[in-house]
Design a protein around this ligand. Structure first.
Ligand code: COA
Length: 310
């Protein structure tokens, strides 16, 4: 049977959601040793990814049916892949390989000299799959959740609205580059605001932006959480820790105001100062993944992070 890999269309979205739901239900059921029903990925985030990287959102189609999908993301000269799924009964037949090749080819054409992804280190078949493609395990990424959310807003932190983005683009690029020279996270901020999947908060003092954070809060009303998607703190600043803490508190306050109960934070183990700080604030370690990278990539140590996971 012939499998075709092509860019995802709007009409594919419902099938892509089914592929994700069935694939992760299967993974979770095997893991737990009992039947687990995984939720459907909200449509909003798929639409947002298509808005950001229309040619990088891919489906594998067999006889007119979507059997797999992969999302590729261009952040300047760094690209990453995820989520990445093939229907359980179609796995092991080369469909993932075709999707991976198409994703990498999209990222390479977009100028990404660094490519990466995050996966579960205990799924050796996944690790094997990516090692086969030349990815090297680089660092751990941690997922923590916090329930003791700040009650007060922060004086130096304000919301960034889509109309203000024009004035801040250069600064967002500078902050991205201070984390890694090949990073440009402006499209991630623009996606959150334009597609209304999250809020952006900026720390500003004397007219200068010292850092920014993006919180994804597109999850359905009955979900009790939001997710800190991106944190950029000026690595040149003497007040990095203060900027980070103010932004984190403001994010927590925003989540609390929305009547959500938990904030999830995903960050790389390179940012070794972040874990003790979150632990002090009663955040709990919920999971750990491994980041696998092709190309030279080492983030500047500090308080900046962005998840390579969808
Ligand atoms: C990981 C995944 C996308 C790979 O797609 P695939 O179509 O199964 O992969 P292919 O058939 O092209 O490649 C098979 C290779 O990948 C490995 N592999 C990884 N997961 C596998 C799985 N669940 N079933 C079969 N092979 C798998 C095999 O060991 C095989 O290696 P080999 O050919 O050297 O023996 C797919 O298995 C999947 O959707 N898994 C569940 C969700 C997931 O873990 N996604 C990745 C998150 S980072």
């Amino acid at each position: 049977m012939q499998v075709v890999v092509r860019p995802m269309s709007e009409e594919d979205i419902e099938q892509v959601r089914t592929v994700g739901q069935r694939t992760w239900s299967d993974v979770a059921s095997k893991d737990a040793g009992r039947k687990v029903r995984y939720p459907f990925r909200p449509r909003e985030i798929i639409e947002a990814y298509r808005w950001k990287d229309p040619q990088g959102c891919l489906v594998a189609e067999e006889n007119g049916v979507v059997v797999g999908s992969a999302f590729s993301h261009v952040w300047g000269g760094t690209g990453w892949i995820g989520p990445f799924e093939v229907l359980p009964e179609k796995q092991g037949h080369g469909i993932g390989t075709s999707l991976m090749q198409a994703s990498e080819s999209y990222l390479a054409k977009a100028g990404c000299g660094v490519m990466g992804l995050e996966t579960m280190p205990y799924f050796l078949r996944n690790v094997h799959f990516y090692l086969r493609f030349g990815y090297t395990p680089k660092e751990m990424t941690f997922i923590m959740s916090g329930k003791e959310l700040a009650r007060e807003s922060q004086e130096c932190v304000r919301r960034l609205e889509i109309e203000d983005l024009g004035h801040c683009r250069e600064r967002i690029l500078e902050l991205s580059r201070s984390m890694h020279p090949s990073l440009d996270l402006t499209n991630e901020v623009e996606m959150a605001l334009n597609k209304k999947i999250g809020k952006c908060l900026v720390f500003e003092k004397r007219g200068r932006i010292g850092g920014l954070a993006v919180v994804h809060d597109f999850y359905p009303a009955d979900a009790d959480h939001a997710s800190l998607r991106l944190m950029l703190v000026d690595s040149q600043s003497r007040f990095q820790k203060k900027i980070f803490e103010a932004l984190l508190s403001a994010c927590e306050h925003l989540v609390k105001e929305e009547r959500r109960k938990r904030l999830f934070v995903r960050f790389s183990s390179t940012q070794s100062r972040v874990y003790p700080l979150l632990h002090e604030r009663s955040y709990v370690l919920e999971g750990a993944n491994i980041r696998m990278v092709k190309g030279r990539y080492a983030e500047k140590e500090g308080y900046s992070f962005a998840a390579w996971a969808g």
